[in-house]
Design a protein. Structure first.
Length: 149
């Protein structure tokens, strides 16, 4: 299996794990909301329901974020050969190797570190559209692109 495919698979697993966790949270909160019954401590009951409602809204936003990550994965073309950085590119620089996908953080393949970053992140925006051997400045550091796969 090639490197980009392995990174893609790790990103996919990241999304699946996040989705599972969020769905469990939503289910747990729904069960808690349904089991909340009006108690004699009315204000306490209402506060509990409000807190659960806030948790549900937070989980719902997280779910939207994960669904957006799934969309990003669906748009990626790992077989596209280009010397210009695009979604799905593996960009090796003098500061590290970036996989242009979504923000999944550090991924490790065969003991090597890679950073899965979003093309809308600050460094992702700088990398997008760049070519091999180009340089750019990020956080006051000059970064040189060695290769793009």
């Amino acid at each position: 299996m090639n490197l980009k495919q392995e990174l893609f698979n790790q990103c996919k697993k990241f999304v699946e794990n996040r989705l599972e966790t969020i769905q469990e949270t939503i289910s747990s909160n729904q069960n808690a909301l349904q089991s909340e019954t009006k108690s004699s401590a009315g204000d306490k009951h209402e506060t509990g329901r409000a807190m659960l409602q806030l948790e549900m809204e937070k989980a719902s936003q997280q779910l939207q974020d994960v669904l957006q990550m799934k969309e990003t994965l669906a748009k990626m073309n790992l077989t596209k050969k280009s010397t210009i950085a695009h979604l799905g590119s593996l960009v090796k620089t003098n500061q590290g190797t970036y996989f242009l996908s979504f923000s999944a953080g550090k991924l490790i393949v065969d003991g090597e570190n890679y950073l899965a970053i979003s093309v809308s992140s600050p460094i992702g925006k700088l990398l997008l559209g760049k070519q091999e051997k180009e340089t750019f400045i990020f956080n006051e550091k000059t970064i040189k692109i060695d290769t793009i796969n």
